[in-house]
Every structure is written in structure tokens, then in C-alpha cells.
Design a protein around this ligand. Structure first.
Ligand code: FEC
Length: 321
């Protein structure tokens, strides 16, 4: 393909200061202001994990490393950009730079491995709207899912094996691996959304790869929107595990790829505290973050999307966003 290639890496976005929490939360809610109590609760969570999260720094670091890896192996340099869904740098603003730089073909990759219309579909919508506002006609290869990428399966397998080393030798033979991902409202089932099936399939693929057949799955980080969310929630699931006599849990947040609020608060604070109350030892796997192995996963996704786009894209779902 001739011309200048670009990659747009996308992630959720994170506020930098307490006063940014309200506008950030309002953006997440599609423009509806949250109550002052809800804002205060969210500010407290950020405060308790040190004021802010490393989500943007990690994403920027992945982008820099990816640009180096891709430009080293391609005949022409590939420029890598970062755009966030709910905070600066917003996807639309990054698209303006992409257009100004004269990129002629863009590959858009969300740093979340599994597809839901509500999550990845929202990123897709932001890209479509951003380009149309700019009146830009750049062809985009939008990667909707990449959890089956062999390098990702290998990386998750490695992180689990390393995670098990956090347990003592006595405990290690008796650890239940629990995969987890961000919950979504149950209504996604009415849309035939593939999110649940992709997460269960992806967990099984990783577990099979390391010959573990005793794994379980729970959801985390459900919102307080009034309607039901996918369950069981990990906090309730710990009660179930306790009643089954489980005393060691390795949580594997397979739906996330870096350290952020849903890891640092929901797992490291809430789940670990609940486990401690129940007398369960809970550790979690490290996140891929900006490791060379993870950069290699995304580089492989990029190359795969150039050679074989059908494996990464589902048009029928895309038409609905
Ligand atoms: O570190 C940070 O500051 C940001 C961490 C963060 C990530 C993340 C990822 C996902 N979310 C997903 C779905 C939803 C839905 C709602 C929702 C709400 C929040 C709130 C915060 C938040 N999310 Fe998030 N999410 C992160 C942070 N998320 C803060 C607002 C307070 C709360 O509800 O806890 C509900 C929206 C509504 O109220 O209408 C739905 C999904 C992902 C994983 C995919 C991705 O990374 O994009 C799905 C990271």
C-alpha cells in the first residue's frame, strides 16, 4: 500500500486532577451530569489510589515502543497516535492531527481485547464521527477484537504462571484461577452482543494453553445505573468460593491490559479487602502494560489486520453504531 500509514491506539481516558472528575464522569455518562454524591465517591476512589492513574502514560509508552517496532520492520515509517474515549487527548482531537500529518491509511486499535457494541462500538463511533466532522476521507481498518491473537494468548498464559508464584509453595497446588472483565448492563444480551461469549472463549483458550481446567469467571466494576448488570460480581463470587472451601484465588483481569482505576481500586482495594475478610488469599496477575511482549502483541495485531482484515472485523455489528 502506498502513502503514509498511521496507527491510532485508543483507551478509556483518565482525569488528571480532582476537579476534572466531574466533567470526565459526565462524558462517560453521555453528557448527563452525575449527582454531587456520585462525583464525590469517585473523587475519593482516585484519592485513595494516589490521586490519578497511569493509564495515559502507559498508553503513550506503548505507542512510542510500537512506532519503533513497526518502523524498524516496515519499508516505510509508521506513525502511532493515541486517542482517548472519555478524556484528553480525545479521539477527535487526535484525528485532527492525523489528518494534518497527511496520513493516507489508518489502522485503529482499541486497547481492549474483546468486542462489545457498548465498549469497542463506542470507540468506533467516535472515530466515525471525528472523521466526518473533519470531512476527512481516510480509509480506516478498524480492529474490533484481537483476543485470539496467539501472542496475546501466550502473554496471558505467562502472566498467569508468574502470578501463581505469588502464592507460597503450600498454597500453590490449591489456587483457583478466576478470570474477570468489566461488567456491562445485561441488556447487551438482547442485542446478541458477542462480549460474554468472547470473554468466556478467550479465558478457556488461555486456560487450555496452560492445561488448567479448574478456572472460573466473574465480572467486576459494574456501574450504578439502576438496571441489572452481568453477574456474578467478583465481590459476591468470593462468598460463593468461600462456601465451596476455596482459600486461594488468582484473579486474572483478562478484559483489561494496563493498570488503572478498575485494577487499582476494584481489585487491589475492594476485592483484596473482601477476600481478606473471608480469609481468602487473593493475588492478581500483572497487567501487560507497556512490556515488550505486549508491544509485540499489538504489532502482530497491526500486521494481521493488514494481511487478513476479515479476522478482526465484523461488519454486521459495525453497521449498528
Ligand atoms: O483509570 C482510569 O481513570 C479509568 C479507568 C476505567 C477503565 C474503564 C474501562 C471500561 N469501562 C467500561 C464500561 C463502562 C460503563 C460505565 C462505566 C463507568 C465508568 C466510570 C469510571 C470508569 N468507568 Fe468504565 N472504565 C474506567 C472508569 N464504564 C470512573 C464511572 C463511575 C462508575 O460507574 O464506576 C457506566 C456508564 C454510565 O454510568 O452510564 C458501561 C468498559 C471498559 C473496558 C473497555 C475499555 O477499556 O474501554 C466495557 C479502563
Amino acid at each position: 500500500m502506498q502513502g503514509r500509514k498511521g496507527v491510532l491506539l485508543m483507551a478509556y481516558g483518565t482525569p488528571e486532577t480532582p476537579d476534572q472528575v466531574e466533567p470526565y464522569f459526565t462524558h462517560i455518562r453521555g453528557g448527563r451530569k452525575p449527582s454531587p454524591e456520585a462525583v464525590a465517591r469517585l473523587q475519593t476512589r482516585y484519592e485513595k489510589i494516589g490521586g490519578r492513574t497511569p493509564l495515559l502514560e502507559i498508553t503513550n509508552s506503548v505507542a512510542r515502543k510500537l512506532e519503533f517496532v513497526l518502523s524498524d520492520s516496515a519499508s516505510e515509517p509508521v506513525k502511532v497516535y493515541v486517542g482517548m474515549k472519555h478524556w484528553h487527548p480525545y479521539i477527535a482531537d487526535t484525528l485532527a492531527s492525523i489528518v494534518a500529518d497527511g496520513i493516507t491509511h489508518l489502522t485503529a486499535i482499541v486497547l481492549a481485547p474483546h468486542y462489545s457494541l457498548m465498549s469497542v462500538g463506542g470507540y468506533r463511533k467516535a472515530v466515525q464521527e471525528g472523521l466526518s466532522l473533519l470531512n476527512a476521507d481516510i480509509p480506516v481498518t478498524f480492529v474490533e477484537r484481537w483476543h485470539q491473537q496467539p501472542e496475546f494468548v501466550e502473554l496471558m498464559s505467562k502472566l498467569i504462571l508468574e502470578g501463581l508464584n505469588q502464592f507460597s509453595e503450600d498454597e500453590r497446588g490449591n489456587v483457583v484461577p478466576v478470570f474477570s472483565a468489566h461488567s456491562l448492563p445485561e441488556k447487551i444480551r438482547n442485542w446478541g452482543d458477542p462480549y460474554e461469549a468472547e470473554l468466556h472463549g478467550s479465558s478457556k483458550m488461555v486456560a487450555d494453553n496452560i492445561n488448567r481446567h479448574d478456572w472460573r469467571f466473574a465480572w467486576q466494576s459494574a456501574g450504578e445505573t439502576g438496571d441489572p448488570w452481568l453477574g456474578p460480581d467478583i465481590l459476591d463470587f468470593l462468598d460463593v468460593l468461600k462456601s465451596e472451601g476455596v482459600s486461594n484465588v488468582l484473579q486474572i483481569p483478562i478484559g483489561f491490559v494496563c493498570d488503572h482505576l478498575e485494577i487499582m481500586w476494584d481489585i487491589d482495594y475492594e476485592a483484596k479487602n473482601k477476600a481478606a475478610e473471608l480469609g481468602i488469599t487473593l493475588h492478581r496477575t500483572q497487567l501487560p502494560n507497556d512490556s515488550d511482549d505486549f508491544v509485540n502483541v499489538i504489532a502482530s495485531v497491526f500486521r494481521g489486520a493488514q494481511d487478513n482484515p476479515e479476522s478482526y472485523i465484523v461488519s454486521s455489528m459495525s453497521e449498528r453504531v
